[in-house]
Design a protein around this ligand. Structure first.
Ligand code: ADP
Ligand code: MG
Length: 466
């Protein structure tokens, strides 16, 4: 018997996304990753007495962007609160966060479910807060090292309702969030560097039960894979506890990526008392309708809208999703289909030879010096039969990318790669192949029709691919 016969899993995710602002949430210190430890720490970051924080408008802007992209309601009357607790990497002794007024309320994110249909995951809120510094436990054998550069970096925390129902859905959800923050340009989504981190809350309840079970929270998952693995491990662990008739402890746990298990880091008291109070040094801020509308008007076309448009143009769902993984790819596709009717070919070229070229040459699509018109011309030459696809992708494409201004046709001409459709010339090559392989010809005549591929291949070879 597996746990799925008895229990249902309920998951709520909290995703922290570092906002891609140049400076911190309340001061001008740089947010650049990888600097010498403790070099981006002004007295404001350190919370020295007498220093005055000031809210970074761009961070507010970015949080609203994400909220609008997720159909949240934007809170107009905001203030920041101090969340007081002691931790060595929290220099002020409190974290500045939003308490009763998250800047974005509600909202939803679309995911694909196991049966291939779509559904929305309900969000509870998105709020703004500052990041803590970093404790580094594995650098020194006896001491923990503290790097406070990260302290004060702006974060949004995107919190779902307990409305995710499998490890796969959690995977889908985090993938969507990462795509969206990158698309909006508000976070680089780099989970290895910690720009995007996820806490997973997991509980089991008996099938059909209406109240939620006791949850455990696995903190600081730093890859989408680890989110999934942590949830899978917790489901099995919780099911085993419940099967024995025991009670689940509400706990905070950590993930061990070396063996895909979790371990308890602390038992959670009923409710933490952080002694929240409005930060007296920061003015509350009111957002006007026109400010919000301005941000709305600057929003790019979102990935779901692009995906639907591409499907309506006749692309498969798979291709449409692939093209919408990154905004640059979707925009490139758009730029090329303005110059050709053969949308499917554009998709194939982008997802096939171009992607491969970019991969082999370690460049991004933005760095590619092949504009949509040039690609459309190349596709037209293949469609007309002037060059064949394999020559076009293996020989013309690289030449076209590096040649800057030449047209695909002139490259094909100069490299002597135009496809030969002249019957006389073709007949000569065919004759040559047939004479070269009498045995195969005999087999073919006896009915081994599959050999046709061999003959065609030989003729192609003789023609030099033309
Ligand atoms: P905290 O700040 O203590 O982590 P929150 O109220 O912010 O608490 O909730 C954190 C997350 O836990 C939310 O995503 C919420 O949906 C989720 N959650 C709450 N209760 C449960 C539960 N019983 N099972 C699974 N997830 C839960
Ligand atoms: Mg939490």
């Amino acid at each position: 018997m597996s746990w799925t016969d008895t229990y249902e899993v309920v998951i709520g995710l909290e995703v922290h996304a570092q906002l891609a602002t140049a400076s911190k949430l309340f001061c001008g210190d740089s947010t650049a990753f990888g600097a010498e430890p403790n070099t981006h720490i002004s007295p404001i970051t350190m919370g020295h007495p007498g220093t005055l924080p000031k809210t970074n408008k761009k961070a507010v802007d970015y949080a609203i962007k994400m909220g609008l992209a997720c159909a949240c309601e934007i809170e107009k009357d905001n203030y920041f609160a101090r969340k007081n607790y002691f931790y060595p990497d929290l220099p002020k002794g409190y974290q500045i966060s939003q308490h009763t007024t998250p800047i974005c309320k509600g909202g939803k994110v679309r995911i694909k479910t196991a049966d291939g249909t779509y559904r929305f995951v309900q969000l509870n809120r998105i709020h703004l807060e500052e990041d803590a510094g970093k404790s580094i436990h594995d650098l020194d054998p006896t001491f923990t090292c503290i790097d406070l550069n990260r302290a004060g970096t702006p974060l949004i925390e995107i919190v779902t309702e307990p409305a995710i129902f499998s490890a796969d859905e959690a995977w889908q959800y985090v993938t969507e969030i990462r795509k969206l923050v990158r698309w909006l340009g508000i976070c680089d989504g780099n989970m290895e560097e910690g720009s995007l981190r996820c806490d997973a809350n997991i509980s089991l309840k008996l099938k059909g039960a209406t109240t939620l079970g006791t949850r455990v929270e696995v903190k600081n998952l730093n890859s989408i894979r680890n989110v999934k693995k942590a949830i899978e491990f917790e489901i099995e662990r919780l099911a085993a506890i419940l099967d024995k008739g025991e009670k689940v402890q509400q706990q905070t746990r950590s993930f061990n990526a070396s063996n895909d298990t979790t371990f308890a880091i602390r038992d959670k008291e009923e409710a933490n008392d952080y002694r929240y109070f409005p930060d007296p040094d920061l003015a509350p801020f009111h957002l006007t309708d026109s400010f919000i509308q301005h941000i709305q008007s600057q929003l790019p076309v979102l990935p779901n809208a692009f995906t639907e448009k591409f499907i309506s143009l006749g692309l498969s769902e798979y291709d449409a999703h692939q093209l919408c993984d990154e905004q640059a790819t979707a925009l490139y596709f758009e730029s090329a289909i303005a110059h050709t009717q053969n949308y499917k070919a554009v998709a194939n070229w982008i997802l096939g030879p171009i992607k491969q070229y970019l991969h082999e040459h370690h460049i991004s699509l933005q760095e590619l010096t092949l504009d949509g018109i040039k690609l459309a011309e190349l596709i037209a030459l293949v469609d007309e039969g002037t060059i064949n696809f394999s020559i076009a992708s293996s020989k013309i494409l690289p030449a076209l990318i590096t040649s800057n201004n030449l047209s695909a046709l002139s490259i094909a001409e100069s490299m002597n790669l135009l496809q030969v459709s002249d019957g006389n010339e073709l007949s000569k090559w065919i004759e040559a192949v047939i004479t070269k392989m009498p045995d195969k010809v005999a087999e073919y005549k006896k009915g081994k029709k599959g050999l046709i591929g061999l003959f065609v291949g030989e003729v192609k070879k003789l023609s030099g691919g033309k």
